[in-house]
Ligand binder design. Structure first.
Ligand SMILES: Cc1cc2nc3c(=O)[nH]c(=O)nc-3n(C[C@H](O)[C@H](O)[C@H](O)COP(=O)(O)OP(=O)(O)OC[C@H]3O[C@@H](n4cnc5c(N)ncnc54)[C@H](O)[C@@H]3O)c2cc1C
Length: 430
């Protein structure tokens, strides 16, 4: 059977938060955009509504800079009812002294960041995609890329109704750390599998979290509890893979009892409040960000350890810069557009990936050296004001995006164009 073929301006492969947001912005800017999502869990999937678990148990800590970006392009308002502001960050070491506290007031901001459940971001982007006229190819994965002359790159996609051929002026690989787009373009990666996985699940605490986020460095790895709306906290518990496997298989009561021992009693008794998911942790960095009529964004370009909660923040800055550059150009896949994107993003990506990797390797896993490195890191952070300030700025993503980039993005949709918030859809919180 001959595959169907058509042309479009931009084909985005991968409907996670990066592909979903980029597709909305480019379509709002007037481009003919197609979005291919292989699975059933991305923003490319139809909204399942609030409260529905789409298998992603993560609560994303979004830096203040990311919130500002989402607000500037009109997608923060529908997310805000599902977000919890981070008012304080407590960093501590199991069995050691000292707890570094950073608070919004001393940084002169109303919140250090916001925590939003991944499923809410997916739902808001799915609704926004429906409103923007993006062609969505669901359960459709990239198979290969073929040459299509100077002006286009042709993607062969396999979906439920057979093969499609899409010849795009620009193909965007937003298909995560295992990116098939990156592989098809022959872009090599630097890869390090950490000797650690993360278990991610929600808990409730007997005492209110009051917007406090906790990061506790333990000899087996970091343990984070992020505040969420409705008195919940999202737990990110990093440990060696075999330990995570055991814990994931444990009865819930045993897992929570062990968590309580590691975290302590600052929030009173902890209770389980949702399913557990396990994420293998690795560093993946593409050696190049672009190829002929093809560019990488988000995790396809850089997958990071979650210790600093920076992956999506970094990825959404990719989206802003790429969307701004593409919308300002006559030809979205022109080599100079892609080169400018790569140049604009490389410093930020290098810095965040390096700091995150150092944190990930210096602090967790391995009883022998971790306590010393930990103590050194903690003391540095606690005692030296400028280091603490730098850490706070980095963690909050406060380095603003240049205004000229934000000016290049499509304007905020009119009130009537906005998708309703997840809470509004069910009448919650009104
Ligand atoms: C435990 C954990 C906690 C985290 N917490 C935070 C946090 O608090 N703050 C933060 O900023 N970041 C955090 N991150 C990082 C964040 O999850 C990633 O940066 C983010 O998911 C990147 O989005 P993406 O759209 O690039 O990739 P993904 O979310 O991986 O989405 C890729 C999409 O592409 C689809 N796909 C894959 N292959 C194909 C194909 N061949 N064809 C079509 N579609 C395909 C997939 O189905 C998926 O929907 C965390 C990560 C982990 C593991």
């Amino acid at each position: 059977m001959t595959a169907r073929r058509r042309n479009c301006d931009v084909l985005i492969v991968g409907g996670g938060p990066v592909g979903g947001l980029l597709a909305c912005l480019l379509a709002r800017g007037g481009l003919d955009v197609a979005l291919a999502e292989r699975g059933a869990g991305g923003a490319g999937e139809a909204s399942k509504g609030p409260g529905a678990r789409d298998g992603d148990t993560r609560g994303y800590a979004l830096a203040a800079g990311t919130v500002r970006l989402l607000d500037d392009v009109g997608y923060w308002k529908p997310l805000a009812p599902d977000a919890e502001p981070i008012r304080e960050v407590h960093v501590s070491r199991q069995g050691g002294f000292g707890s570094v506290v950073m608070d919004a007031a001393s940084q002169g901001v109303p919140a250090l960041g916001q925590v939003v459940p991944a499923e809410c971001i997916n739902a808001v982007l799915a609704d926004a995609l429906s409103a923007t006229g993006v062609e969505r190819l669901e359960q459709t994965g990239l198979e290969t890329l073929e040459a299509a002359g100077d002006e286009r790159r042709e993607a062969v996609l396999a979906g439920p109704d057979g093969r499609h051929r899409l010849a795009a002026r620009l193909v965007v690989g937003a298909d995560g750390t295992g990116s098939a787009t990156r592989a098809a373009a022959g872009i090599e990666v630097q890869r390090r599998r950490y000797a650690a996985d993360a278990l991610v699940f929600d808990v409730r605490s007997a005492r209110p979290h009051r917007g406090r986020a906790f990061e506790r460095f333990t000899p087996e790895g970091p343990l984070a509890l992020l505040p969420q709306p409705g008195g919940r906290l999202n737990v990110v518990w990093v440990a060696p893979p075999e330990v995570c496997e055991e814990r994931a298989a444990q009865p819930e009561s045993e897992r929570i009892a062990e968590l309580q021992t590691r975290f302590g009693w600052r929030l009173g008794r902890l209770r389980a409040a949702g399913p557990v998911a396990r994420f293998p942790l690795e560093l993946v960095r593409a050696r190049r960000l672009y190829d002929h009529r093809l560019v990488l964004a988000g995790n396809a370009a850089h997958g990071l350890h979650p210790v600093a909660g920076q992956g999506l923040n970094l990825s959404l800055r990719d989206v802003a810069v790429l969307a701004g550059g593409v919308l300002a150009a006559r030809d979205p896949g022109a080599p100079e557009v892609l080169a400018a994107y790569a140049q604009a993003r490389s410093g930020d990506i290098d810095r965040v990936a390096t700091v995150t990797d150092l944190l990930a390797r210096g602090l967790p896993v391995g009883e022998k050296f971790a306590p010393t490195a930990l103590r050194r890191g903690m003391l540095l952070l606690d005692r030296i004001g400028p280091v603490r300030q730098l850490w706070a700025e980095q963690a909050m993503g406060l380095q603003p995006l240049p205004r000229r980039i934000l000016r290049g993005l499509p304007p905020v949709p009119r009130e009537t164009d906005r998708p309703p918030s997840a809470a509004a859809r069910t009448g919650e919180g009104t």
